[in-house]
Design a protein around this ligand. Structure first.
Ligand code: FUC
Length: 814
């Protein structure tokens, strides 16, 4: 045994604790005085691919494990050739105002439901701990991405640390005590999927399993055989393997044939957890064309177990820090030593602004832990899920949720973490091109409401059973094209735009051009058209979600064409298509304002059956889009404000997170801040609520309810949006305007943020005092004009690549 392996973590921990003043005052930790009683109290760790929820019970540790490619089903044909024959009939009904009829006919254009993200299983460790447990504490240190449980029992202090290493592709659980011989436990693996367990020699155990070939979405309720396994030789379904290997000091590990691992009287034990599936790409059967999950699980394990713990730990922390450590935020609240759940209960009027900073950084932590180059993009639950039928299949829901997941990626300096989503879009476009052709006879590529591991691009709904207001929405490619454009806008990587981003945006634009039809009045229309999940009352009294030229559609197409025109101009590419888009843009019906001063959601001012609906799709032009801004289109911005008032504040988690972003774009920091208060409500139900009651769980996971990670990512983006914005163009359109403190709430009079990013490839640090800008630092990655704005002052200055510009509170150079 290499003694340097046992250079205990404690020394390393102390070194890591030496942090700048901001962190010392407001340590970025979630901590609790009790073990997690439920999954939403447990603490998440992850390396983008492998995830675990750590419960921290002194007597029985549970690591609820996930692997991001473990899904039900496999590739299949979801395209619906009949859709093409129904489309003209639906269009005719829509354009004639026969909405109920159109709604019924639209169902005939649907395909199958998508598949579900699956839980891998649990590592369960039953400990022999003598005597009473005292001085219990568990925590998640966001700076190091390590979850730690400590307590005293039997005269010893026991410590358990867990981290998920990206460089070494394993989860490491270290069990130790400060007196020799105190480490005794039995570990085993369990799963809710079909599986078998076995010993792997003296010091390791394995679980091998198979996922169902079909899982019905949770929202269908009780269905017969909701999770179905294929039977017989060559049965379909993802294979997977998890292996846990022990390295023990001061005793020997032993295993039983059925897969228990026992350690008695050791000084210290390391458990290395590795897992892999047979996933071999979105277009390959995981059964017939899969890779060997055993080989995948063994590969990183042998290498990791041969390294000293200090090396594993250091490589993990350095790798995490490299991303997570880029942004520092101090909102200037007094330090508190209260447990995190206590802080949530106490958060009323925003005195604990350090809790907001913690939630902001938690969103960044979760993105780093769930979305790394080469992994799957963060799904509705990131990578963390314990259910065989998780809410909404834990899929990628593209009518807001999957987009929101990536709102913080660029602006909070985690551009690399955007990669899984960008690559997902290129997969999706391959399937979506076929769907565009088969279902609609259109060019380019289309994506609808839901996608899964298999990159389902067709509408869901089980061939006619879904409600068109969600199932038939065909704007997934249009909306997600913003990811592609924004990645370029923040990085200014023109080679990437040419080779990767532009072909995808172009395909989305081609589909959009073919989807538009003449409206009979010289303009263009979308028909059928949806305002995701919402409905209107048609003049004949019927309630429908199928309409024409919804504001949401028009906003998405306006953003898409604007970005695509800009991209093609920068690249000097596809002049013909550019002209087509310019022509279409000019013929899109304008935004319209209703009798109540609100931005109209529908093509006419229909009665709205659900005025407080959670979706805010008609407001996309203000955020995440840029076609509405208070400076350039004040009347429309005012109409958005009115719409927000009419929608009300209380809603689901993601909806409120979106509202914070919208109020930030309206420059109303106090409204934005007030909504953050709603988002910090401690939620104790996991039942699905659609019309209010969102907040967070004790572990700060966003509560729709139930848990949905988009709200975490949405609020992180929103806090950044309150401090720095850069979506607006300078008057001469040559550069983005970097607006400092555009929506600073009165509750944060003093603070600083370092390491945010602005469009144009700038790094931005800002400090403020007594509610006013004190200083700012801009780092120009690629040179070019830098336009900075604070209040009514604007400074324009040319920059060189690599130049740092320091400004005082009056925007004068220091
Ligand atoms: C959409 C939303 C729901 C939920 C689901 C995942 O259907 O309307 O609120 O977020 O996605």
């Amino acid at each position: 045994m290499n003694p340097s392996r046992w250079l205990t973590l404690h020394g390393l921990l102390l070194a890591a604790l030496a942090r700048p003043a901001v962190a010392a005052e407001h340590p970025l930790r979630l901590w609790y005085e009790k073990p997690a009683a439920t999954w939403v109290e447990a603490l998440p760790i992850g390396n983008g691919r492998l995830g675990a929820m750590v419960f921290g019970d002194p007597l029985r540790e549970r690591l609820a494990l996930n692997e991001d490619t473990l899904w039900s089903g496999g590739p299949r044909n979801w395209n619906n050739p009949d859709a093409r024959t129904w489309l003209p009939k639906v269009r005719e009904a829509v354009l004639a105002g026969r909405y109920a009829e159109a709604d019924a006919l639209a169902k005939k254009m649907q395909g199958p439901y998508n598949q579900s993200y699956q839980p891998l299983g649990d590592l369960l460790v039953d400990f022999d701990v003598p005597g009473e447990v005292e001085g219990y504490r568990r925590e998640l240190d966001l700076d190091r991405a390590v979850a730690t449980t400590t307590f005293r029992a039997g005269g010893a202090t026991h410590t358990r640390e867990v981290f998920a290493s990206f460089p070494d592709q394993v989860i490491v659980l270290r069990v130790s005590a400060d007196r020799p011989g105190q480490v005794s436990f039995t570990a085993r693996l369990a799963s809710r999927l079909r599986h078998a367990t076995a010993a792997e020699g003296q010091d390791a155990i394995a679980l091998r399993g198979r996922a169902p070939s079909q899982v019905d979405p949770s929202y269908l309720g009780d269905t017969k055989d909701a999770a179905r396994y294929d039977e017989g030789p060559g049965a379909e379904g993802m294979r997977f393997t998890a292996i846990v290997k022990a390295v023990v000091r001061g005793a020997e590990a032993r295993t039983t044939p059925e897969g228990r691992l026992e350690v008695r009287g050791a000084d210290e034990a390391l458990l290395f957890v590795s897992a892999a599936t047979s996933f071999n790409g979105f277009d390959k059967s995981p059964a017939r064309e899969g890779v060997d999950p055993d080989a995948g699980a063994r590969r990183p394990l042998a290498a990791a177990a041969a390294k000293p713990l200090s090396a594993l730990h250091d490589a993990h922390v350095a790798d995490h820090e490299r991303l997570f450590g880029r942004v520092r935020l101090d909102l200037g609240a007094p330090a508190t030593d209260r447990a995190t759940d206590e802080r949530l209960r106490a958060y009323r009027h925003g005195e604990d602004s350090a809790l907001v900073a913690l939630v902001f950084q938690y969103g960044r932590y979760l993105l780093v832990a769930s979305s790394r180059p080469g992994t799957q993009p963060a799904n509705l639950q990131g990578i963390w899920n314990e259910d065989v039928r998780p809410p909404w299949s834990a899929n990628w829901t593209m009518n807001i949720n999957s987009e929101m997941n990536y709102w913080p990626a660029e602006v909070t300096n985690l551009s690399e973490c955007h990669e899984p989503m960008l690559r997902f879009l290129s997969d999706l476009a391959r399937n979506g091109r076929e769907t565009a052709r088969v279902n609609y006879g259109a060019r380019g590529w289309v994506a609808h409401h839901n996608a899964d591991l298999w990159r389902q691009s067709g509408p869901v709904g089980n061939w006619g059973q879904g409600d068109p207001k969600w199932a038939n929405w065909p704007m997934g490619a249009a909306w997600h094209s913003m990811d592609l454009w924004e990645h370029y806008a923040f990085t200014r990587d023109a080679a990437w735009l040419r080779d990767f981003g532009w072909p995808l945006v172009r395909g989305a634009a081609e589909f959009a051009l073919d989807w538009l039809v003449p409206d009979g009045r010289g303009g263009l229309a979308t028909a059928p058209s949806f305002s995701p999940e919402n409905t209107f009352r048609a003049p004949d009294g019927s309630e429908s979600g199928t309409g024409q030229s919804t504001t949401s559609d028009l906003a998405l197409l306006r953003e898409l064409f604007t970005n695509a025109i800009e991209a093609s101009t920068i690249l000097g590419a596809d002049a013909e298509l550019r002209r087509e888009m310019q022509g279409a843009l000019a013929r899109l019906p304008p935004y319209r304002i209703g009798r109540g001063g609100q931005l109209l959601e529908w093509s006419e001012e229909f009665e709205e059956p659900e005025p407080h609906h959670r979706h805010l799709s008609h407001l996309i032009g203000l955020h995440p889009g840029r076609s509405i801004t208070p400076a350039e289109t004040p009347a429309l911005a005012e109409a958005v404000r009115r719409s927000l008032e009419l929608r009300g504040d209380d809603s689901t988690g993601w909806s409120m997170a979106w509202k914070v972003n919208l109020w930030a774009r309206l420059g109303d920091g106090d409204r934005a801040h007030g909504l953050i208060g709603y988002l910090l409500r401690l939620v104790e139900t996991r039942r699905t609520g659609y019309s209010g009651g969102g907040g967070v769980y004790a572990n700060l996971f966003d509560a729709h309810p139930p848990f949905q990670i988009d709200g975490n990512f949405g609020v992180t983006a929103a806090v950044a949006e309150m401090l720095v914005q850069s979506h607006r163009r300078a008057d001469d359109a040559r550069a983005p305007v970097i607006e400092l403190l555009p929506a600073l709430p009165s509750a944060w009079p003093t603070g600083r943020v370092a390491g945010l990013r602005a469009r144009g490839a700038f790094g931005v640090d800002v400090e403020w005092e007594k509610g006013r800008l004190a200083s700012a630092t801009l780092r120009s990655d690629r040179g070019g004009l830098c336009v900075v704005r604070y209040g009514s002052r604007t400074l324009s200055l040319p920059t060189r690549a690599g130049e740092t510009v320091r400004l005082d509170g009056a925007l004068a150079r220091r």
